[in-house]
Design a protein around this ligand. Structure first.
Ligand code: FAD
Length: 489
């Protein structure tokens, strides 16, 4: 849809069409006017890339809520918010089952029972999955439902460049191609996903620049634990920049981690070996690289055989093959890279931020469920549970009838200006990679913080044209600034 065809006012803007945004939209009522925007194609998101699956307790003979809660707390080093973890674990299964009603096709055994796999840090087999392309399956099926709803307008290839708080709601500036448009909404749900592109090496796609976190920060919302970043131990180690993920489930199915000498080494670092939580495995790889003096690491799953591997991991098999690696015959070269953000826009159990009528859900939010480190496959679950919670609370607030945005005159943005100089984003990414990767470097953190502060100030007052590149640079600089400030303190 063209920007000129949009209405001027909506009840709710949902910024983002990943699992959090889509599932929230499906939980809003038919008379709620919703605008859902996606920066690029509707399906380009962290959600679509999720491989492993969704963690939830469905088998009460072999598993329990208590065990899932305990595993989540252990992974999070008990820095989690207990009431949020309980909500995640006890409400999550209902949401997962609801996605099946929306045609999501999780893998089943010959008796039709849902297959549940194991991932690092889980004490039970509890991850439901669709082969190794669970995220794509969820997004495709939820999107198909959203597209059928007459109350929801989807607007893709459309970037929000700024959001401001008004007395009755929000004014959002949108940009699509060369077009600009201001839209007013009574409620706003930020579901803009991760911040991977603040780093040089990340599993996240190009949209993950932390725009929503910047908007919330600029509106004065509390941002919490932004330095709680998860580095995935096993991204395919290509020399190019795109790092695709080799899911935890590959280790769950029995893959060995090998060092440059093709030896298993995890027993030097953790008794859980390859199935230790991912922060521990990432750190073990960096320590082992210092010990051996080599950055070469491999996953070995060859012994499972071609038939099993191509059926269980078709996406990973194909991705590796495109890079010249046949996972049934070759070792898979891997190295850690940025993967997930545990912190973000602070939210409560109903996904409310500290700013009235402003909600956040999914990876951009800090619900507190993950503590210092996310347990594998808890994030899609979080996106479902807290996306729904946001929608239900918005409906409750809307029914009170006291909130209503009015398209008031506010200062319009000036779009013209100087082009963004090349290299600013690259410089920030290099700083983050050096200062705050798997094992932080305190000298580089202090130096990096000063430089990022300078870059951010320059971006703010430099009179640059409001173009997508500029807006993303501003988001990346803001996020890097908050992370480094947090770890300097
Ligand atoms: C490779 C990979 C594998 C993963 N595997 C798993 C897994 O197996 N299990 C699991 O639980 N989790 C997994 N995760 C994490 C999980 O996928 C994400 O945390 C989760 O999907 C985030 O969903 P979301 O809805 O919050 O954001 P996203 O899915 O990232 O969606 C963000 C949306 O915001 C939009 N957006 C951003 N900025 C703007 C803007 N300025 N204007 C307009 N729109 C904007 C984007 O266009 C996009 O539509 C994985 C992540 C990756 C990257």
């Amino acid at each position: 849809m063209k920007l000129s065809e949009l209405q001027t006012e909506y009840d709710v803007i949902i910024m983002g069409s990943g699992v959090a945004g889509l599932y929230a939209a499906l939980n809003l009522e038919a008379d709620t006017k919703v605008l859902m925007i996606s920066k690029k194609e509707r399906k380009l998101s962290n959600s679509s890339l999720a491989q492993g699956g969704v963690a939830c307790v469905l088998d009460f003979k072999n598993d329990s809520y208590e065990l899932h809660i305990e595993d989540t707390l252990v992974a999070g080093r008990r820095a989690n918010k207990l009431d949020a973890v309980k909500q995640l674990v006890t409400e999550g299964p209902r949401d997962v089952l609801k996605t099946i009603e929306y045609n999501v096709d999780f893998d089943r055994d010959e008796n039709g029972e849902l297959l549940k796999t194991l991932e690092g840090g889980h004490s039970r087999h509890r991850i439901v999955h669709h082969k190794d392309t669970t995220g794509n399956e969820l997004v495709t099926k939820l999107l198909a439902q959203v597209e059928k709803r007459p109350n929801i307008t989807l607007c893709d290839m459309t970037m929000a460049t700024s959001v401001k708080r008004l007395s009755g709601g929000f004014v959002t500036d949108l940009m699509s191609g060369g077009e600009h448009r201001r839209i007013f909404s009574t409620f706003m749900l930020i579901a803009t996903g991760g911040i991977g592109r603040v780093y040089k090496y990340t599993t996240n796609p190009s949209v993950a620049t932390g725009d929503g976190i910047r908007f919330a920060y600029e509106m004065g919302a509390s941002i919490k634990n932004l330095s709680y970043i998860q580095f995935h131990p096993t991204a395919f180690n290509s020399d190019g920049r795109e790092q695709f993920l080799i899911s935890e489930a590959v280790r769950g199915e029995g893959a060995y981690l090998l060092n440059a000498n093709k030896e298993r080494f995890m027993d030097r670092y953790d008794s859980r070996l390859e199935l230790a939580p991912r922060d521990i495995v990432s750190r073990a790889i960096i320590m082992e690289s210092r010990r051996t003096g080599s950055n070469k690491f491999f996953l070995d799953i060859r012994y499972k055989g071609k038939e099993f591997l191509s059926k269980r991991f078709p996406g990973i098999s194909e991705g590796c093959l495109k890079n010249g690696v046949d996972i049934s015959e070759d070792l898979i070269p891997i190295f850690p890279c940025q993967h997930y953000l545990m912190g973000g826009i602070e939210t409560d159990l109903n996904s409310r931020t500290t700013v009235s009528q402003l909600y956040a859900a999914g990876e951009c939010a800090c619900t507190g469920v993950h503590g210092e480190n996310r347990l594998a496959s808890n994030s899609l679950l979080e996106a479902l549970v807290f996306g729904r919670r946001a929608a239900l609370d918005i409906e409750k607030q809307k029914k009170l009838g006291i909130y209503k945005v009015h398209g008031e005159e506010t200062e319009k943005p000036v779009y013209g200006g100087a082009p963004l100089p090349r290299g600013m984003r690259t410089e920030i990414r290099e700083i983050m990679q050096k200062a705050y990767f798997v094992i932080p470097d305190s000298g580089a953190i202090h130096e990096g913080f000063k430089r990022v502060t300078d870059i951010l100030n320059r971006l703010r007052i430099g009179g640059f044209a409001i173009e997508p590149d500029y807006c993303e640079a501003l988001s990346i600089a803001t996020v890097a600034f908050i992370i480094l400030r947090e770890v300097c303190e």
